[in-house]
Design a protein around this ligand. Structure first.
Ligand code: PGA
Length: 300
């Protein structure tokens, strides 16, 4: 059965008006063109859709059934058109953002501000570590990701927008809390609480340790920043964490920054997507929002 949308539109008009003439007027077609479309549809279906009794036409049983389907298809096409129109505008549609956990704190504030400007946009925020975010980026799942430097192998467009300084943090009563310009080596007897494998923070910490040929006496591994902050607060050991994740704890005096040579480790955050991806206007506008906000924060 080969049916075109045009045939269905013409059929639906005739079936509604029960008149070829009125359908022709409605569709700005000639009456023979209308009859032709209906005839072709009847041929594809293999059943008559109308019957003529005297001067009037009536829908056959097949005509009744087809009219139901034609109306449903018409409704779906109208919805599809509306949704496509919405996608063309910035003020609606969906926005799916993936962020590494260090960006979480900043991203929540950013999305709140964006959402106030674009209240109809449905936002989805996925927080994960570097490795699983890279997997999502590879399969082109989120509209945009906010992360540390993307690896060279992956074909992405990335623009950096903000510093992500990593600090060495300790409990406030740590014996070296007040020391200045500590050598990393002086922390060799300490326990380090480290992020799970796949974390960009952990990678940066390992690179820093290897630059200084440093190996801590013992390490404890934990997943995510929150649990590590709590462990450090109660004196389990030291950790390397993004300054953005410990802002509150530092200002409340629940954690302190150790003044260690080589810290803060300066990294940058990037807003990225797969190369060649066609960003929706909403995603495009969010990307610009991130870049502007980054500039604003660096200036302030
Ligand atoms: P992550 O964040 O430690 O949650 O992977 C890494 C990053 O800031 O790049």
């Amino acid at each position: 059965m080969h049916i075109t949308i045009r045939q269905l539109q013409v059929f639906e008009s005739v079936a509604r008006h029960l008149s070829y003439t009125r359908a022709a007027e409605e569709l700005h077609l000639t009456q023979p063109a209308v009859s032709m479309q209906v005839k072709q549809l009847e041929e594809s279906i293999g059943l008559p859709l109308f019957e003529q009794i005297g001067k009037k036409i009536y829908r056959t049983e097949a005509g009744e059934i087809m009219l139901g389907h034609a109306l449903t298809i018409h409704e779906h096409l109208t919805i599809a058109k509306r949704e496509m129109d919405e996608l063309k505008g910035v003020d609606s549609g969906r926005l799916s953002i993936g962020v590494v956990s260090t960006v979480n704190y900043f991203a929540a504030r950013l999305l709140a501000a964006f959402s106030r400007q674009h209240p109809k946009v449905e936002i989805r925020l996925d927080v994960t570590n570097r490795e699983s975010l890279l997997q999502k980026l590879e399969i082109n799942e989120p509209d945009l990701v906010l992360m540390g430097q993307p690896p060279n192998g992956l074909d992405v467009d990335a623009a950096d927008f903000m510093d992500n300084p990593l600090l060495l943090v300790a409990a406030p009563d740590h014996r070296l809390a007040k020391s200045k310009r500590l050598a990393l080596e002086s922390l060799a007897d300490e326990t380090f609480v480290v992020r799970e494998p796949g974390s960009g923070t952990r990678l940066a910490m390992e690179r820093f340790f290897s630059d200084y040929d440093f190996k801590p006496q013992s390490t404890v591994e934990m997943t995510g920043n929150e649990v590590i902050k709590q462990a450090i607060e109660v004196g389990l050991g030291l950790s390397v964490l993004s300054a953005h994740t410990v802002e509150l704890e530092l200002s409340a005096g629940r954690l302190v920054r150790l003044d260690v040579v080589g810290t803060p480790i300066i990294r940058r955050w990037y807003v990225a997507h797969r190369s060649g991806k066609r960003l929706t206007p909403t995603a495009q506008s969010f990307k610009q929002f991130v870049l502007d906000e980054g500039k604003r924060q660096s200036a302030g």
